[in-house]
Design a protein around this ligand. Sequence first.
Ligand SMILES: Cc1ncc(COP(=O)(O)O)c(C=O)c1O
Length: 386
Amino acid sequence: MRRETIAVHAGHHRTHHGETSEALFLTSGFVYETAEQAMARFEGEDAGFVYSRYGNPTVAAFEERLALLEGGERAFATSSGMAAMFAAMIAPLKAGDHLLASRALFGSCHHIITQLLPRYGIATSLVDGKDEDEWRAGIRPNTKMLFCESPSNPCLELVDLKFLSHLAHQSNALLVVDNVFATPSLQAPIALGADVVAYSTTKHIDGQGRCLGGAIITTNQLFEDCYQKFLRNTGPSMSPFNAWVMLKGLETLDLRVHRTCDHAEKLAQFLADHQAVTRMMYPHHPSHPQWDLARQQMSRGGTLVAFELADQQTAFSFLNKLKLISISNNLGDAKSLITHPASTTHAKLPLEEMQQLGIGPGTLRLSVGLEHADDLMDDLDQALSP
Ligand SMILES: Cc1ncc(COP(=O)(O)O)c(C=O)c1O
């Protein structure tokens, strides 16, 4: 099946009622015809569900559809994006291992890598994700995992995923990619060599700001060797209701992401040309320092645009003048949302790290929505005018 068909049909196993839309199995448990059947289910000899922490028909439909869309073999849906990121990182690692990551990370991933993992004996270090030499130099004999986010939150820096997957495999390490900003519609890390892809499905996959969720996608082998027991026993599972919302979200994901990219491209150009904007960052804009890589690795530039105003006071007064675009740290919504990372999502980072990431007092991150692009442009224009 082609992508559009997978997005609408994969994972849909109709019940005897013949429903058109996927059924929502809002159940925590399952019953068995006989004690022998219960025993066989637990031994894995009888196919079927045993408990929704392990698996649920609605959640399984979402997982099957997402795995196919992503080009992976197996997906597991989690209760939030961070549950997926944490599981993706910790499940394959043990005390004594080393994880190497790009510095430009979402705040909670940064916290896990720099604060939590070292408490459990997993060494970690950060490199400039744009610099191949730093990645190479960062590899240690015990490096078991490379982790990155591309494009990164909030300044939309890229990591060359093909290069990184070669480096990971030469070093006998796994490559785990947080693909939230790129979305499954614009970038396929597994095709570029990644072993594991992790999502916050709270963002574009829901796409309408309703439910939290996450997912990891990998091969059957890695799932069975590294993840299955960890996920079943620690219990970060997605609720069937949220999975139903996400499943329906996948049906329109490509349409929504591509329409939003149309708007983001126009707004990126508008901001690049505006005299009040000192810097604009958008992966498919020629001014982006990694424009060539962006065009190779991502089919379009994405739904987020970052830009700089003179200072924090100018940024705050601009935010407070916006009428249509809302101030919010969420992203990937049908509604356009904007945030000031230095005082919100990245406020806990030490100043030096913030500077290394290019987050200044005037940096803003715009998550473009599905409103008319001209209405968005008018709103930006009136708020940017003195
Ligand atoms: C790049 C990135 N990774 C991970 C997450 C975590 O996702 P969630 O908020 O669903 O836990 C976010 C969300 O805020 C994100 O932007």
